[in-house]
Ligand binder design. Structure first.
Ligand SMILES: NC(=O)C1=CN([C@@H]2O[C@H](COP(=O)(O)OP(=O)(O)OC[C@H]3O[C@@H](n4cnc5c(N)ncnc54)[C@H](O)[C@@H]3O)[C@@H](O)[C@H]2O)C=CC1
Ligand SMILES: O=C(O)CCC(=O)C(=O)O
Length: 418
């Protein structure tokens, strides 16, 4: 992994690239390249042995021109100020490309949750929620899950916020479990949009998804659901990986059984139906029809991109390709469905959850999935229009052209405060 590439610099270079195709003033583009504000805080938490530990945490609110800030909270040792700034920017353009009335935000705690007990993680999460309470709210900033967080953490944050504010406000956070006001379909939504976007791309490129081979890097929430759903669409999953390594079977394997193996043992490695062990790098460079990076930023840099053999990449992860990798893959005619569209299912169903919370009226899974399908197909069509109108080779630039224009329009329409 090219860890030295700054994801915030990557975001800014993606915006600059798209700006050359847009009739948006340079001073407005400058505004759209920086977060409005970043909370940086130190959380002091009591561990089970009675000692205290300090954890650094962040919440970046990038842009609220189109609605309340929206985006996940990540628990990972690599979390940094620049990482959350980048991730909050990507959220801004993600909510814009799928045209939902939300802005962009992102947060994180520098922690490896595997090193702590559940009670320690609950105290850590509630301490962070206490710091966040003044700046979040269903009309201000609405967090959600990301790497190493899920329904459990969202429920703790909701409960802390509602207790401190003496209110009932389930829409303050999304990705909750159903009993706490979550939405049907939210857990599957990120993987689902990743494969809907891949299906649309195959259709656009006149390629057959039936029997297509697929490799998935990262087998967490986004990756494993994408593997399961693409298998249900008739493709063949031949490789998968997690932080412990990769597995391969040229004839394909059952992605659900591989997930069961990971639940039981902690990793996909050792899953008997795919007994050839390969490295994470091998997974990214296999000769497959579709590659789904679903782990972290900078998984593929310019050097590794030279070895990528996939025809289509659907980015379940945020920022898995460096700008240099993008250039190499563009030259190689690899069709890259950018993260801000491919993984936008998560925030789209978060938006549906927020709508349901506010109406106190809940939808069936069928309705959620039908609305998600329509949203992602419409966004893909807007991307194709931008590619064709601007004669673009890189779909990422097309997505940013659409998204930046929408944010700039909202900013422009708001007028200026004297
Ligand atoms: N959970 C969500 O709703 C959304 C997640 N995403 C993005 O999807 C990506 C994955 O997130 P989640 O699935 O939620 O996280 P997760 O915590 O559920 O899973 C992450 C997976 O990546 C694996 N991993 C970590 N480092 C790796 C490496 N170097 N090589 C291979 N595998 C590695 C882990 O072992 C784990 O299987 C992130 O980039 C996240 O920002 C994007 C949109 C929404
Ligand atoms: O569901 C959400 O609000 C945001 C999910 C997220 O963090 C992302 O799309 O990267």
């Amino acid at each position: 992994m090219a860890g030295e590439i700054n994801p915030f610099a990557s975001l800014q270079s993606q915006i600059d690239e798209a700006a050359t195709y847009l009739d948006v003033d340079d001073d407005v583009i400058e505004r759209l390249k920086h977060p409005e504000r970043v909370l940086e805080t130190n959380l002091t938490v009591e561990l089970d042995d009675g000692s205290l530990e300090r954890f650094k945490a962040f919440r970046a609110q990038f842009n609220g021109d189109r609605g309340p800030y929206k985006g996940g909270i990540r628990y990972h040792p690599q979390v940094s100020r620049d990482e959350v700034k980048a991730l909050s920017g990507w959220m801004t353009y993600k909510t814009a490309i799928v045209d939902i009335p939300l802005g962009g935000g992102k947060g994180g705690i520098v922690v490896d949750p595997a090193d702590y007990s559940e009670t320690e993680l609950e105290r850590l999460t509630r301490t962070f929620a206490t710091e966040l309470t003044p700046i979040i709210g269903e009309d201000k900033d609405i967090p959600a899950p990301d790497v190493n967080t899920g329904q459990r953490e969202m429920n703790w944050i909701k409960d802390t916020y509602e207790t401190l504010e003496n209110t009932t406000e389930p829409g303050v956070i999304t990705g909750k479990n159903l009993a706490s006001g979550g939405s049907e379909g939210r857990v599957e939504a990120t993987g689902r949009s990743t494969v809907i976007a891949a299906r649309e791309a195959f259709d656009y490129l006149d390629k057959d998804l039936e029997g297509a081979t697929v490799a998935v890097q990262g087998y967490g929430n986004a990756g494993w659901i994408a593997a399961k759903l693409i298998d249900e669409m008739g493709a063949t999953v031949v490789a998968a990986s997690d932080s412990s390594g990769g597995i391969y079977n040229a004839d394909g394997f059952d992605p659900v059984a591989a997930k069961t193996h990971k639940n039981e043992t902690g990793s996909v490695v050792g899953y008997p139906e795919a007994d050839e062990e390969i490295t994470n790098e091998d997974v990214l460079t296999l000769d497959v029809d579709l590659l789904i990076p679903a782990a972290l930023e900078n998984a593929i840099d310019g050097g590794l991109a030279e070895d990528v053999e996939a025809d289509v990449i659907s980015e379940a992860a945020n920022g898995p390709l460096t700008p240099e990798a993008d250039r190499v893959l563009e030259d190689e005619d690899v069709f890259v469905i950018p993260d801000i569209l491919a993984n936008a299912g998560g925030v789209t169903v978060s938006y549906f959850e927020w709508v349901q919370n506010r109406q106190r009226f809940y939808w069936s899974e069928q309705k959620v999935n039908a609305e998600l399908e329509e949203t992602i197909v419409d966004a893909f069509d807007a991307l194709v229009d931008a590619i064709e109108e601007n004669e673009l080779d890189n779909p990422r630039t097309g997505a940013y052209v659409v998204a930046i224009q929408r944010v700039a329009n909202a900013f422009g329409e708001a007028g200026s405060f004297p």
